[in-house]
Design a protein around this ligand. Structure first.
Ligand code: ATP
Ligand code: MG
Length: 592
């Protein structure tokens, strides 16, 4: 097969491609032809075609150098030059009659539309004059070395953000439109790697070899392409899986003040996906490099890096790099979702993302709105989070579950960014500073947390237990407030208080120790059935831990049954009760 290479300054549309292909088909009658199209902004305008040894140049660059040559009289266009073999002096116009017509279409038009000049550069933002055909979000090429994204299209100038250190750009540089938007490498090769917002590895583990790229902005799946969110995505955290269940394809917000364990919940959830066939992407936005390194080490220690990609933009990266990080992560997740796989993506955190976007917008001189955020801040996050979805079986059944994180100030969830994101997501896990300081960790405030997908994403066994658990806890919270004032409590009230205390204690969980759903169910069962009544509150965690080990050794079949049937059968309940009685006796003897 004969290959014909076509270089052009900007992307050729289908019509022009057809024309070229038709005329070459005439030239090589009966031969099989393949065409490859490449963009070479250095041509400035027009096309350059290489057909084996033949070389057809109708580019501006070629014509300019031809003019130069004509000037010095070194060059004469002669009929002999036709079909001259390579290499040929750059810029020679060789067009035999048959192709003249085609090439004429690409007669260089020196319009200002495709090329512009930088008139201002600073803080990651550039202003460009004379780039009239730039599109919103289009990738711009600054002298072939730096890339930028066009964001402000004004009458006389284009405002763009630079995807590199801005000291590489200076006034007077030439800018071209590319007709593309930013793309990042995607595919399973990225698992186990740490990359920056452009998909360039930063982990020192060598080059990343991928075969595919995806644009960072994409349409969210249509309504008809979506399926139901009804498969659980287990976090391994007792308080969450039991009362705020998350389903595959859901968007659940993790919200709370600084240092309340937000990242810890996301990381535990990633660790819990081990051997569950869920791939994970952790997007760090504007975080300290040391924090990101800690996250990487924690994940690696628990063997979770094998199925995880970290996309990081550190606090020292420019606002544009922080701004595109979650979109890049989402593109990587989409590739896997459309292959029919389940993906979990964590955006840590969208408050910093909003701040980076605000900085960028103010520098671009966009009108500030509430809290100085630009008017499209809601659209920024909704278009990102809408891309998380569960696809229908017809579309392969893949899913992206998103766990965005938002930081609040002094527990104020009614601030601008938190309310925006709460309204976009399908529920939130609210972490409270007070609970955290009181030692209740994870510091989930069950009253203010909700999952709008609800129990349809829970297995039956868990569903049957969680109702009573919520009741116990809400009664306890109500009574605890009153009990502070009086010491004279009737027996029923103090029993409820004691039960509540024990439930709260059972729900505490250490860092990086997610529990399998079967183990969760066993712990919750003995808690709500009040088998912990006689255990001192301080010993409850120790008891639960020991009891799980006891069950694993002597009653493994209970775990197997729940795993198989997803239900808690009558016999299993009785077995758990037998086991807890036996273990209690043993525990008391041990602690006597
Ligand atoms: P930031 O606002 O700085 O991002 P954050 O809300 O993400 O903080 P983390 O970094 O997850 O909070 O956790 C804060 C601290 O609390 C960490 O030192 C972590 O070890 C500790 N921590 C979090 N969860 C638990 C837990 N379940 N048990 C014990 N310690 C915990
Ligand atoms: Mg954090």
């Amino acid at each position: 097969m004969k290959n014909i290479k076509v270089f052009s300054a900007s992307a050729l549309d289908a019509q022009n491609r057809k024309k070229i292909e038709a005329s070459f088909a005439k030239k090589h009658v009966g031969e099989e032809l393949s065409f490859s199209y490449e963009i070479d902004v250095k041509l400035i305008g027009g096309v350059l075609i290489i057909d084996g040894a033949d070389y057809y140049d109708a580019s501006v660059k070629g014509q300019l150098s031809a003019l130069k040559k004509a000037d010095t009289d070194e060059h004469k266009v002669s009929a002999k030059n036709k079909n001259k073999a390579k290499p040929i002096a750059p810029g020679e116009i060789i067009a035999d009659e048959g192709f003249l017509a085609v090439l004429n279409d690409f007669k260089p038009q020196f319009s200002s539309s495709r090329a512009g000049t930088v008139i201002f550069s600073g803080d990651g933002v550039v202003k460009i004059q004379g780039l009239q055909d730039a599109k919103y979000g289009e990738l711009l090429d600054i002298e072939g070395s730096v890339m930028a994204i066009a964001l402000n299209l004004e009458e006389n100038e284009v405002g763009a953000i630079v995807l590199a250190d801005d000291d590489k750009v200076s006034s007077g540089m030439i800018v071209h439109t590319t007709g593309r938007i930013v793309e990042v490498p995607v595919g399973e090769e990225l698992l186990g790697r740490v990359v920056n917002s452009l998909g360039v590895p930063v982990d020192g583990m060598g080059e990343l070899v991928t075969t595919k790229k995806r644009p960072i902005e994409a349409h969210a799946p249509e309504i008809v392409e979506r399926g139901k969110v009804n498969q659980p995505l287990q976090t391994g955290i007792l308080a969450i899986d039991s009362m705020i269940p998350i389903g595959k394809g859901q968007r659940e917000l993790i919200i709370g003040d600084r240092q309340t364990g937000k990242t810890a919940i996301a990381i535990d959830t990633i660790i819990n996906q081990k051997d569950k066939n869920v791939m994970c992407i952790y997007v760090a936005i504007g975080q300290k490099a040391s924090t990101i390194s800690n996250v990487m080490h924690t994940l690696a220690e628990h063997g979770a890096m094998d199925y995880t990609t970290i996309v990081c933009s550190t606090a020292r990266d420019s606002s544009p790099m922080q701004y595109i990080a979650p979109f890049a992560g989402c593109a990587m997740a989409e590739e896997l979702m459309y292959q029919g796989k389940d993906v979990l993506i964590v955006y840590d955190d969208l408050t910093k993302h909003a701040v980076a976007y605000r900085a960028m917008s103010l520098l671009l001189k966009r009108p500030p709105g509430r809290e100085a955020y630009p008017g499209d801040i809601f659209y920024l996050h909704s278009r990102l989070l809408e891309r998380a979805a569960k696809l229908s079986a017809k579309k392969g059944g893949g899913s992206i579950t998103a766990l965005p994180i938002v930081e609040t100030l002094a527990g104020d969830i009614s601030a601008y960014i938190p309310t925006n994101i709460i309204s976009i997501t399908d529920g939130q896990i609210y972490l409270e500073q007070e609970l955290f300081n009181a030692g209740i960790r994870p510091a989930v405030n069950v009253g203010l947390s909700v999952s709008r997908v609800g129990s349809s994403a829970q297995i039956k066994a868990m569903k049957s237990i969680s109702g009573k658990l919520r009741l116990d806890l809400s009664q306890y919270r109500e009574l605890a407030v009153f009990a502070q004032f009086g010491s004279d409590l009737d027996t029923a009230t103090s029993a409820m208080l004691e039960q509540g205390e024990r439930t709260t204690e059972s729900l505490k969980q250490e860092l990086n120790s997610p529990l399998d759903i079967e183990h969760q169910i066993i712990i919750l069962y003995i808690t709500i059935k009040e088998f912990l009544k006689k255990i001192p509150v301080k010993k409850i965690r120790e008891f639960n831990k020991g009891f799980l080990e006891y069950v694993q050794i002597n009653y493994q079949h209970i775990i197997d049954n729940i795993h198989k049937t997803k239900e808690l059968g009558m016999e299993d309940c009785l077995d758990i009760e037998d086991a807890v009685k036996q273990y209690s006796d043993y525990f008391f003897k041990l602690n006597a």
